[in-house]
Design a protein around this ligand. Structure first.
Ligand code: HEC
Length: 228
């Protein structure tokens, strides 16, 4: 066996495994946080006071109408599409011909590219973020920072300045994710080495199944025609 390809092969197998696990938004309450003690368990029905960024307020998804209700529907679809497409694209990147070099490259390029495509399709900005990121580009934007800091484990709809609307949906860590996001010592050495090469500042390790891993986020800026 050529050990040079081992990380790629492992990554490929993992990708196939996560393709079905799918990074769909966990529209479920009470995601356990990675930092035990920072937040308590929350129920989606109980009104929890959440501090948002200046100029932002929380909206009740059940009460919104018109354009905001449409945006909420688009946001849910966009977040699901991001998760689904990500899994599918990684799977096909590895492909039947088992091109592990291409599969490894896809690890690095797929997520940002897919996020851009999904953003364009839905005329919104779409991405993933976390309190501990692997890719520094995924660090939270200022409008999302308080939600991230408070580890909000339920889907959240928000209205911001100048007609902006944003949606965040928590992502729960599944057992298969731990191969790349679990305790550092338990990540296979080849995977660790492959990740370290591309992400020298990787913070996205040390998670356990059930942990809150991060969020899908979707943001609609004010529509130009509404701006005077
Ligand atoms: C093959 C290794 C691998 C597996 C398995 C994996 N990830 Fe990742 N994950 C990555 C890489 C590489 C990135 C950085 C990609 C990018 O640029 O967004 C990443 C980024 C993320 C991000 C964006 C925030 C950040 O840290 O940059 C989230 C959220 C995430 N992963 C969740 C998951 C979940 C949930 C699972 C399991 C369903 C999972 N990952 C499985 C490698 C993996």
């Amino acid at each position: 066996m050529n050990t040079r390809f081992t990380p790629c092969r492992i990554t490929g197998l993992i990708i196939i495994a996560i393709a079905t696990a799918a990074c769909t938004p966990a529209e479920r309450p009470a995601v356990r946080t990675a930092d035990a003690g920072l937040t308590e368990r929350r129920s989606s029905s109980a009104p929890v006071p959440i501090k948002l960024a200046p100029g932002w307020r929380r909206l009740d998804p059940a009460a919104v109408t018109g354009g905001t209700a449409e945006k909420l529907a688009v946001a849910r679809r966009a977040a699901q599409e991001l998760g689904r497409t990500l899994g599918g694209t990684l799977q096909s990147a590895v492909g039947q011909d088992r091109d592990y070099v291409r599969g490894t490259e896809a690890c690095r390029t797929a997520a940002p590219t897919i996020a851009r495509t999904v953003s364009a399709t839905h005329r919104a900005q779409v991405g993933r973020t976390s309190f501990r990121v692997r890719n520094p580009d995924n660090r939270p934007a200022p409008w999302a920072q308080p939600v991230v800091d408070q580890r909000v484990g339920t889907p959240l709809l928000m209205a911001g300045p100048e007609g902006a609307v944003a949606f965040m949906a928590p992502i729960q860590l599944k057992p298969v994710c731990t191969v790349c996001h679990g305790q550092r010592a338990l990540i296979p050495a080849e995977v660790r080495a492959a990740l370290a090469e591309v992400y020298p500042e990787d913070e996205a390790v040390g998670f356990q199944p059930g942990d809150l891993r991060g969020w899908f986020w979707v943001k609609f800026d004010a529509e130009p025609e509404r701006v005077p």
